[in-house]
Write a protein of this length. Structure first.
Length: 336
């Protein structure tokens, strides 16, 4: 089955064709980072305008790169939430319109749920379930326990800032560029991660929740009291604090539930220090570790199309009355 996926939840316009939930025939992503960089973050109106301008050409390019015509597409999946409402509307309505016009089944996909399962799909490792999954991005930091594709529960999530959001805010405090994660990681490689004792918020808390707002504030106070600081040491120490919390809580949740597989997804999972620490921690505990490849960690339509395939195998298509859900959470699976 060939599934066309469409993703416009934030500032990437993406379309992909995926066969049978695992073979990526194409995955076109048009990024708007350069457009939003002067503003230090995503401007919703600019994002939606550019989605509208690009969506048709991106879909056409995805079909062309897959050497596939619309007649060879069996179903269409599109993100309906969470994300920016104005951005979601472009992709969702385009996908519904194409599905209606061609008579293809349509499936609405939860963007965060697609991230959750992307390491499995990318590694053809559906046999790795059950697993504890860390979803870590600019908008989400979630620990989930998945027993099958579409069957999962949230163990914990951030009570304030997401990890990626903290990276962006600290980068702004330091006068670095946008997005902040890559800028901080680059400078952290030249600094001493033990130079500054930033807090590891909620690391030893009994719950599986996260908090990064206090860490961000600690960086702010440090910069005010130490105007002659080393930017490299601040970046390295901040990054180490974030990584210690993410790795520590993920490993504890996995071991305590006697699960043997850890999966990691979302834009922050591209971070090299996080990958190295998780690799070492999982090896020490005899755990299998699955990462989505970097091209599938940031927002992309391949993960949308892949999950849409599995949704169709286990349930009915979505109704064309489906509306965007900008503030929805991970949820418990199933078709909308």
């Amino acid at each position: 089955m060939n599934v066309l996926g469409v993703e416009t939840s934030c500032d990437e316009t993406s379309a992909a064709v995926v066969r049978d939930g695992g073979e990526i025939l194409s995955n076109v992503v048009s990024s708007q980072i350069s457009l939003h960089r002067p503003y230090g973050g995503v401007v919703p109106e600019l994002a939606s305008r550019n989605h509208l301008r690009l969506i048709n050409s991106v879909i056409e390019q995805a079909l062309a790169e897959a050497h596939t015509s619309m007649e060879q597409i069996d179903a269409i999946g599109a993100t309906y939430g969470p994300g920016l409402a104005s951005s979601l509307l472009i992709g969702l309505n385009t996908a519904k319109g194409v599905a209606f016009a061609t008579g293809k089944p349509f499936v609405g996909i939860n963007h965060v749920e697609a991230h959750l399962y992307s390491p499995l799909l990318a590694n053809s490792a559906t046999d790795a379930l059950p697993m504890v999954s860390l979803i870590v991005s600019g908008g989400h930091t979630i620990l989930a326990h998945a027993t099958a594709i579409g069957e999962h529960e949230i163990l914990g999530q951030t009570v304030d800032d997401a990890a990626g959001e903290a990276f962006d805010k600290v980068a702004k405090l330091l006068g670095l560029g946008y997005p902040g994660g890559p800028e901080i990681e680059k400078l952290a490689g030249k600094g001493n991660p033990a130079a500054i004792g930033f807090p590891r918020s909620m690391l030893h808390d009994a719950s599986d929740n996260f908090s990064f707002s206090g860490l961000k504030t600690a960086v702010l106070y440090f910069l005010r009291k130490n105007p002659q600081h080393s930017v490299e040491d601040v970046c390295a120490s901040f990054q180490e604090a974030v990584v210690d919390v993410l790795v520590g809580k993920t490993l504890r949740a996995t071991v305590s539930r006697r699960v043997k597989t850890v999966s990691v997804s979302g834009g922050v999972s591209v971070n090299g220090r996080l990958r190295k620490a998780l690799t070492a921690g999982c090896a020490d505990n005899g755990l299998r570790l699955l990462f989505a490849p970097p091209r599938l960690c940031t927002d992309n339509a391949a993960m949308i199309a892949a999950l849409a395939y599995y949704k169709l195998q286990s349930g009915k298509p979505s109704d064309f009355s489906l509306e965007v859900a900008p503030s929805m959470g991970l949820g418990a699976g199933g078709n909308p």
